[in-house]
Write a protein that binds this ligand. Structure first.
Ligand code: MTE
Length: 331
């Protein structure tokens, strides 16, 4: 697969240790071998998938001090989805509701300059430029399973650092119980923001303990490169035990609050999309089962659907956050 690098992506004064994609793939192969998994997992086949041709190609992630997270071991049995699928089969409703539209339309998204505003119940409210945000933490590569509420899934090597790093930096007050994530809604660059399909801006929220969980990733890149626009450049969230829509893209504001945020999908259909939206094979969506999923790139006559795992496979890490809660009521 040929990846064109954008000429302006290299400029940074941060220490640079970029992992090129071929090195990343070699590293994955080595890891697989060291775990004795070799190609049995089908990894070689997956990476040779051609998939559709990406129409928007990003540059390398500047200043990536990449290191393999401990989680990668746990997830080594999962085959990463081919980059071409991850960057062309997207939900980003501001650019259209069809899966192929974000990749076609999101080239209009202007990610430079970018300001992240942090406000609400914190000791140190601040406005930070993208580079300042990126300097707050050491970038890590985290390979996460992602499960969309629609019943498909992917496995994606993200790049970022735990959201908790940023949260600690702004010193939340004791009264802060939730964090609201507000994303860009610019009718000039986002063709679908004029539509009434959602109440713009797209808003998501987490309870404070969910936001502080080390798996919750403030994300700047994927597959060793800066995020393509359609994947939520320049800053998005990844909370791998929750349905995909919790992962707000192109975040412009992070607000600390004492009230549960009114989130975009919950406002649109509260009976279908709860605030928590933890991946749960035992709680059906009112219109379909959530017991199984289709892994993108694995389609084919002989490929069965996969069983969806409780908390998307992260039960050991996150179930304690919800002990004592009725998960069929708090879906
Ligand atoms: N963020 C914004 N701003 N707008 C969106 O439409 N879609 C959500 C989430 N974040 C969405 C968003 C949904 S429904 C999913 S499944 C994931 O992004 C998809 O992320 P991906 O396209 O990178 O797989």
């Amino acid at each position: 697969m040929l990846i064109r690098l954008s000429p302006d992506a290299a400029s940074t004064d941060l220490p640079s240790d970029i992992t090129p994609k071929h090195a990343y793939l070699n590293r994955r192969a080595l890891l697989q071998q060291s775990l004795g998994l070799g190609l049995l997992t089908g990894m070689g086949a997956a990476w040779s998938q051609t998939g559709p041709t990406p129409t928007v190609v990003p540059g390398k992630l500047p200043a990536l001090a990449s290191k393999r997270s401990a989680l990668e071991n746990a997830l080594a049995v999962d085959v990463p989805t081919a980059y071409t699928y991850a960057s062309t089969y997207n939900n980003y409703y501001e650019f259209g509701t069809d899966k192929s539209e974000p990749a076609r339309n999101a080239h209009t998204l202007k990610t430079k300059p970018w300001t992240l505003e942090i406000e609400g119940l914190v000791k140190k409210p601040m406005r930070l430029g993208l580079e300042e945000v990126m300097k707050l933490g050491a970038m890590e590569e985290r390979i996460y399973r992602m499960r969309c509420v629609e019943g498909w899934s992917m496995v994606i090597p993200w790049i970022g650092f735990s959201l908790s790093t940023l949260v600690k930096h702004v010193e939340p007050l004791g009264s802060a119980k939730f964090i609201e994530f507000v994303t860009l809604a610019d009718p000039k660059t986002m063709p679908n923001v004029g539509s009434r399909v959602l109440d713009w801006p797209y808003i998501e929220g987490l309870r404070m303990d969910e936001a502080m969980h080390p798996l919750t990733l403030l994300t700047f890149g994927m597959y060793g490169e800066i995020l393509p626009n359609q994947n939520g450049a320049p800053i998005r969230l990844n909370v791998p035990w929750k349905y995909g829509f919790k992962n707000a893209k192109s975040i412009v504001k992070i607000r600390f609050t004492d009230k549960q945020p009114a989130t975009a999908w919950n406002k649109a259909a509260a009976n279908e999309y709860g605030f928590y939206s933890n991946v749960n094979p035992n709680v059906d969506h009112p219109r379909w089962s959530q017991a199984t999923e289709r892994r993108i790139g694995e389609d084919g006559l002989f490929n069965k659907k996969r069983k969806t795992l409780m908390f998307n496979g992260y039960e050991a890490q996150v179930a304690s956050l919800y002990s004592g809660m009725d998960l069929s009521k708090n879906f």
